[in-house]
Ligand binder design. Structure first.
Ligand SMILES: [Zn+2]
Length: 139
């Protein structure tokens, strides 16, 4: 197994890039997406593949999407209840939360991929061999 490289973006930088829909590795804003929902296998700037030999990458991205959506729902509830307490308009809060629940997964779709890419790079730093295009993280 090849050694991980030393020249590596910091973990907060990786996560920030992922949250901003940028390639976690190079920081380019075009990353893996050519549209909001259309993605390609590798970064358009650095060529780093998001899968990295992991056939279940989408499972992690879906998990990131669920966490982002549920976090937004929780934040929405807290803000609306905090602003309207003690007379909380339950029907209005429910409608807003349902709207966030419906829009959130689509809104966070590309971010969930770049964020999961950042988490994956955090957990499994790339090797010199992977960066040279001679293999992926599992080889
Ligand atoms: Zn890149």
């Amino acid at each position: 197994m090849a050694e991980p490289i030393d020249d590596f973006p910091s973990r907060p930088r990786l996560l920030l890039r992922g949250l901003l829909r940028r390639c976690a590795w190079c920081g380019d804003r075009r990353a893996y997406f050519v549209g909001w929902f259309r993605r390609q296998e590798s970064c358009r700037n650095c060529g780093h593949g998001y899968r990295r030999g992991d056939s279940a990458f989408e499972l992690g991205a879906i998990t990131a999407n669920i966490i982002l959506t549920f976090g937004t729902i929780l934040l929405t509830i807290l803000v609306l209840v905090g602003l309207t307490a003690p007379d909380v308009p339950i029907a209005t809060v429910t409608m807003v939360v349902v709207g966030v629940g419906l829009v959130g997964p689509a809104l966070f779709y590309p971010i969930s991929f770049t964020l999961w890419q950042a988490v994956d790079l955090w957990m499994r730093p790339p090797t010199e061999r992977e960066l040279a295009g001679e293999g992926d993280a599992t080889l």
